[in-house]
Design a protein around this ligand. Sequence first.
Ligand code: S3P
Length: 163
Amino acid sequence: MLIGFMGVGKGRTARCLADQTGMFALDCDDLIESYANKRIRTIFSEDGEPAFRELEKKAARWLEKNVNASVISTGGGFVNVENIKAIGTVVYLHSDFDSIIKSIKSHPNAEKKIKKRPLLQDMEAARKLYNTRLPIYRRVADVEVFMADRPVARVAEEIVERV
Ligand code: S3P
C-alpha cells in the first residue's frame, strides 16, 4: 500500500507497480467516490471532512477483510486509519513540500489537479498539514522511498526490490 502527501504520485506509482508485477491497482479515493457516488470535493463540501474520514475508515475495514495481492494507493490522510498496518506492507513515497507543489503546478492539468483536492486550496495550510503529516508517514511506513522527480518506473522497481 502506498501512502504519502497529496500529489506526490501515489496513483501513477501504483499503476506502474501493477504493470510491473501483474497485480491490480486499487485506489482508495476511487473506491470512496464510487461507494458515495460523489466526487471527493463534493463529499467535503456537502457532507464535511469528518464524513469523508468515516468513509476512509470504512474503506480501510473493507480492504483489510477483502483485498489481497493488490497495489493500493491511498489519499494523503488515509495514514490515520487505525488498521492501516493490517491491510498490508506500507510504503511511504517521500518528496519535500515545495517539489510536490512545483510538480503539480507544472502539470498540463494543474488547475484540475488542485481543484479536486479540497485541502490544497490554501497553500500555507497545506504546508502546515505536510509538516504535521510527515512524522506520521514515517512512523507508519515499513519502507520509505524517495520520489521527487525520479522516473516513476524506477521508483516502482525500487519498491519491488525492497518489499
Ligand atoms: C486528502 C488527500 C486526497 C483525498 C482528499 C484528502 C488528504 O488524496 O483523499 O482530498 O487528507 O491529504 P490525494 O493524496 O490522492 O490527493
